[in-house]
Design a protein around this ligand. Sequence first.
Ligand SMILES: Nc1ncnc2c1ncn2[C@@H]1O[C@H](COP(=O)(O)OP(=O)(O)OP(=O)(O)O)[C@@H](O)[C@H]1O
Ligand SMILES: O=P(O)(O)OC[C@H]1O[C@](O)(CO)[C@@H](O)[C@@H]1O
Ligand SMILES: [Mg+2]
Length: 564
Amino acid sequence: MASHIILPPEDADENHHQEEEEREELGHDDGERAPPEHPPKAALPFSATCVRISRDSYPNLRALRNASSVSLADAAYVKISEGDFGYVLDDVPHLTDYVPDIPTYPNPLQDHPAYSTVKQYFVNEDDTVPQKVVVQKNSRRGVHFRRAGPRQRIYFGPDEVKACIVTCGGLCPGLNTVIRELVCGLSHMYNVNSIFGIQNGYKGFYSSNYLPLTPKSVNDIHKRGGTVLGTSRGGHDTKKIVDNIQDRGINQVYIIGGDGTQKGAYEIFKEIRKRGLKVSVAGVPKTIDNDIAIIDKSFGFDTAVEEAQRAIDSAHVEACSAENGIGLVKLMGRYSGFIAMYATLASRDVDCCLIPESPFYMDGEGGLLQYIERRLKENKHMVIVVAEGAGQDLIAKSIAKSDQQDASGNKLLLDIGLWLTHKIKEYFKSKKMEMTIKYIDPTYMIRAIPSNASDNVYCTLLAHSAIHGAMAGYSFTVGMVNGRHTFIPFYRVTSTRNKVKVTDRMWARLLSSTNQPSFLSQKDIDEASEADRHANRPPLPMGASHRVASSFEQSASTSSNGES
Ligand SMILES: Nc1ncnc2c1ncn2[C@@H]1O[C@H](COP(=O)(O)OP(=O)(O)OP(=O)(O)O)[C@@H](O)[C@H]1O
Ligand SMILES: O=P(O)(O)OC[C@H]1O[C@](O)(CO)[C@@H](O)[C@@H]1O
Ligand SMILES: [Mg+2]
């Protein structure tokens, strides 16, 4: 039988007595809103034995935190189930973990004219999806996530649901499609009529009126770029947000946004759980940079790569039409160069791609300037694609450092495109070599457009999975893992960022397609491998159980969205 492990919360006081421990484990504090008088026993939605690890049975909690990036406070929300042959389920929280005696209802989809004909429409409660699909003969089964999809029984009555939707962070193609499909899906599949839009990001929870949304009012929005709800950075005030959720009787919260937004969603969930509220929180991960951990790909990414082609094509035309012409295109990617890498691979006209994950240098043997000179002498033109986060260390050396941040605390970047243009011009002037450089910065153009056909379908599936999960009482970030939709614990998508691995075959393909130098020394490669190893190490439970820990270690050896 599977065993279910709930790790205890952080507490420095080793002599804390049992009752307080239990209250804390359930996330209660002594704030204004009193927790339920009798903390309920977790009714596990997964057939499992619940093993609560006490301070005695697990004395080395600080070591756990040190060995992994999950804080001990967050460890209270981690749900791990073990099965045979090294099977581990990294489960998501459920309302029954902390709200007692919730009635359940048959899923109305069983009588729905469209869905009831589907054979095996409902997902088996025990279905899970492996994080790692490439295995060897003797591999342990490894880490799994709960499979998304409609459940036979739901935890909200037909007229009970009051849902809200918020979009946060930067724009991304497909935001409006997700909003549309959440509204239409809730209404058409579960007969929910009370749906509200939160305006302008997190701060809209407490500073703006909630916007009533109906299938009619969102009918055409997927054809438009941006978000009809508005978005913003900053303004996340957990207490105020949850006060408003509680005061307005909202019981399903759909949160669309990137890594920062999902961190915010996690904080909201924790506060909701602390207060013992019957509210599901469903995160839909969004980021054009495709840097969200665990998931195969974020929505809007395909559209962005496609749109980037237009800029690269223009750069190529400009470069080919001038004597020693250089076309330079800057694409988005603050910490991860996925858009630049995929746009380069798709285009085949690019001679050099620079990304944040692969350091480069300008001068001397093997440097960028020498490569550009050689390429111009060979081809008479060249195209360079640079991700906005690339080369920031180089700029910082030559320009007085400005450590500015945006409202969410993200570092504001210096313009690598302008800096490169200047450096390249200077170099060829000193060499007295004729050349022309055209710098194209389409950054906002690639994210302000509506999503393409495949992203539209992807957005629909993500929205539907989010709805099914919330109706079934889970709180989670939805995401595709190895081609299957899953419910992923918040802490998993927020604790690391997905990056291009310069030691993987995909980057090697790029180098072979552009013929650019790798700019990497053996030391850089070793450091990159080490960084990959750390970034991939799941933030979990060294020592919670040898079997669990080793399954996590094993899952770390292959990332789901890195290599093909
Ligand atoms: N650690 C955090 N805890 C709580 N809220 C956060 C945290 N980090 C960011 N947020 C909130 O999430 C929202 C969006 O964050 P951010 O601006 O970083 O964008 P994002 O969601 O990462 O999207 P993207 O980077 O793709 O544009 C902001 O309102 C911000 O206040
Ligand atoms: O200028 P804004 O709106 O803050 O957005 C810029 C950032 O947003 C992102 O697109 C992520 O959404 C980054 O690549 C980029 O640096
Ligand atoms: Mg972000």
